[in-house]
Design a protein around this ligand. Sequence first.
Ligand code: GRF
Length: 209
Amino acid sequence: MKPLRLAVFASGRGSNLEALFTAIDEGRLTAEIVLVMSNNPDAGALTLARERGVRACHLSENDFTTPEAFDTRLLEILGESGGELIALAGYLKKIRPPILRAFKHRMVNIHPALLPAFGGKGMYGKRVHEAVLEYGCKVSGVTVHLVDEEYDTGPPILQRCVPVEEGDTPESLAARVLEVEHRIYAEAVQLFAEDRIEVDGRRVRIKGA
Ligand code: GRF
């Protein structure tokens, strides 16, 4: 099987990016990470990419006169990288239509809760787990989904539950959820590498499942 050329967008520490690198090393993911892009020059994800000899690209909208100019440059960089799938891994910026069109059904995101609960604008990091605990939920989980024009609203590809335990704090719950994120993201991307994803409206079917 030909390795899937993967572009990863990340704004922060990059533990999901690291998990994808590890999955590739361990032969669980048939992919090559060809580009890591971040809006944040200090993102740990960029450091990780550089350490691996992968193109690490800091691109900020603030450096462009218009959003269109930013999107054009981003598409150019994606084109140069030959990326076939974009994986958002803690990328905090909204993706605009030109990029969505160019990567229709080929852009995924990971969210640390069971969507559509506890998603949307501003729902990231510790806030997600705080909200889950405040609500009194018995389960939380992880969702990997296709990306559309809103935050966290695209059709789910894989979802996995993580039980909430008595005495959980946002930090303890986040840590258990993150362990699952690190496994499930590589699994979801592997489905693309194996060409097993079929999209029918909001239904994502996994061929051969
Ligand atoms: C993860 O919890 C992911 O689900 C969310 O942002 C966080 C990124 O963490 N979208 P990391 O940078 O991959 O460590």
